[in-house]
Design a protein around this ligand. Sequence first.
Ligand code: ATP
Ligand code: MG
Length: 356
Amino acid sequence: MFFSKLPGFFTPDISFDLGTTNTHVCVQGQGLVVSEPSVIAVLKGTNEVLCEGSAVGRVAKEMIGRTPLSIDAIRPLRDGVVADFDMTEALLSYFIRRVQEGRRWFGRFNPRVLVAVPAGLNAIEKRAIFNATERAGARKVYLVEEPRAAGLGAQVPIHEARAHMIVDIGGGTTDISILSLADVVVHRSIRVAGDTMDEAIIHHVRKHYNNLIGANTAEEIKISLGSACRLDGSDDDRFLTVHGRDLIAGIPRAVTVTSQDVRTALADPLQRIVDAIREILERTGPELSGDLVANGMTLCGGGVLLRGLPELIQEETGLKVEVADDPATTVARGTAVFLERLDDFRSILESADDDL
Ligand SMILES: Nc1ncnc2c1ncn2[C@@H]1O[C@H](COP(=O)(O)OP(=O)(O)OP(=O)(O)O)[C@@H](O)[C@H]1O
Ligand SMILES: [Mg+2]
């Protein structure tokens, strides 16, 4: 009995926000300690991770579209769901070891791990997360739905018997949830988010400039020039010169993209996000709607950082819109709240012992 409690005594619990684009790791007592792109580089056709440390996260993301024939830079999650089981395990295992680095041997017992997952996953999708996390070295795995973690991370009083709306615009999906009594009452996920915006920019540059740019370049354009609506003054009139491949001459060529180009390219994905939010609002019962008029909605996820997007959503829905502090880490910081009292929260979190 005493010995079975030893690991918990020495090893802090760990939590993951395992996103399509970014992974955040929190450690009990320390909060958020790692934020890295969810990318891993392997030898082509194998599950062999390249020289550890230089093959995961930021460095691996830089490799996307630049790898030699022998290397693959992989994003193991798609739309928040495990797309490549072995690579998800490798990613989790790398981060678990990384946050335990420097600990004395007795601080390196297998930790308990809490993973934030999209609302509405089916049993098979949940099982994949459980298994990958266990195989990555977790002693015990718990799952929490991302909107609940986001609510806590954004300090929204989700435990009230009143409706609160959380919209998480990530890389792979936009998740729209209404919470009440700390649970998800209504939820909808659409596969339109940051990645779709990048794809729309690639498509626009291809169509209007006959130039093929890479995904990382499109993201760079979005972050430096992107906006959801016209901005005031000089901010609205900017440009960026990037490099791609001329589709007619077939050779590398510079192309100058303007803020107006990006706004045109993003109009369609943004409209789809706004429409999805409006649809949920239209389908929401009168009691919940009344609460939402009073409480408004909270936005989080890295996609919300697109300039003018909160204003556009507010204008199109008529609801008060608030952006969570540091929106890209809201879910992760929410999981950290659970970590501090994991034993108290165990009964409301899903574990592998539950009937999935
Ligand atoms: N300043 C910015 N302007 C516009 N978009 C941004 C900005 N900063 C980050 N993003 C976008 O945010 C997205 C990543 O957000 P986030 O980290 O919340 O996604 P994720 O949690 O990994 O994905 P998901 O929740 O869909 O699984 C990327 O598409 C990125 O390009
Ligand atoms: Mg996310």
